[in-house]
Design a protein around this ligand. Structure first.
Ligand code: G3H
Ligand code: 13P
Ligand code: ZN
Ligand code: NA
Length: 280
């Protein structure tokens, strides 16, 4: 396939950087991600994910994102983040550029079987597929994270038998922000998974991960990095600071939030190395 989403990650691998996958939550956060992409001359995955889908529905979230993106000239694709089995088919029907099927809650064989079928269907639409093996816990869960790491042998079989384009792995990073020290990232595991699978890897939960770990992960084979919390918090800070100054309209607060999110997104794009990599 010549789909741009796949090319984004292929280009990132060739260039030794990672492309950001960032989540939209409303029109203003969508505009912030698009504006950051234009200003930083960076490719970006605009992600429709788990917070927005129950809130406004997959179809409305997709249409809003597409409407904001159309005509901007931004080097961006629209990606389904953590899709369920039913959502991936709806996403293909709607016209998403890229999808993630998250079968990480399933038994290995079930995840493999469902992912393989989804890859066949998605590829017939020219759409690449990201899948997840091992599970990425939430920082708020407070559980033993090491039990959720991606197994190297399973990863080899999973990629060979599903034909998945990118693999999201679990290697020590969690969704959200940990209250204590950041968890150690298992760089050696990432390298081994890269070597046995041959596909670009995806690291979720990149908010709160130190820059040195981000660089090490990229060098080990991660070429898509997902971040949400840090950017959402930048938007929220803008709203809170505006309200704290008193007597402001909601629109004023949101436009400050948007500016702060643009700055935070550009900083991530520089950190991931995708700033300046746009070919649009
Ligand atoms: O051929 C159909 C798919 O393999 C369905 O798999 O029922 O485990 O989602 P699933
Ligand atoms: P964070 O909220 O930890 O950045 O994780 C985002 C993510 O992985 C979206 O899929
Ligand atoms: Zn995620
Ligand atoms: Na995180």
């Amino acid at each position: 396939t010549t789909n741009t989403a796949e090319n984004y990650v292929a280009r990132a691998r060739a260039g030794g950087y990672a492309v950001g996958g960032f989540n939209m939550h409303n029109p203003e956060t969508t505009q912030a991600l698009i504006e950051a992409s234009i200003r930083a001359e960076s490719p970006v995955f605009l992600q429709v994910g788990r917070a927005i889908v129950p809130h406004m529905g997959l179809e409305a979230a997709y249409r809003m994102t597409r409407r904001e993106l159309d005509g901007t000239g931004a080097d961006a694709v629209i990606h389904l983040d953590h899709g369920t089995y039913d959502e991936v088919f709806e996403a293909l029907r709607l016209g998403f550029d890229s999808i993630m099927f998250d079968g990480s809650h399933l038994q290995f064989e079930e995840n493999l079987k469902a992912t393989r079928y989804i890859v066949q269907v998605a590829h017939s639409f020219g759409v690449p597929v990201e899948a997840e093996l091992g599970s990425i816990p939430d920082a708020s869960d407070g559980i033993d994270w090491s039990a959720h790491y991606t197994n190297v042998d399973e990863a080899e079989r999973f990629v060979a038998e599903t034909g998945v384009d990118f693999l999201a792995i679990s290697a020590g990073v969690m969704h959200g922000l940990t209250s204590g020290d950041p968890l150690p990232l298992d760089i050696e595991r990432i390298q081994r998974i890269r070597d046995v699978t041959g596909v670009p890897l995806v690291l979720h939960g990149a908010s709160g991960v130190p820059g040195s770990d981000i660089s090490a992960a990229i060098a080990a084979g991660v070429h898509k990095l997902n971040a949400d919390t840090d950017l959402r918090h930048a938007f929220r800070r803008g709203i809170e600071e505006t309200w704290a100054r008193g007597d402001r309209q909601l629109e004023d607060a949101m436009s400050v939030g948007k500016s702060m999110m643009i700055e935070a997104t550009i900083a991530k794009m520089r950190e991931y190395g995708c700033a300046g990599a746009s070919t649009a």
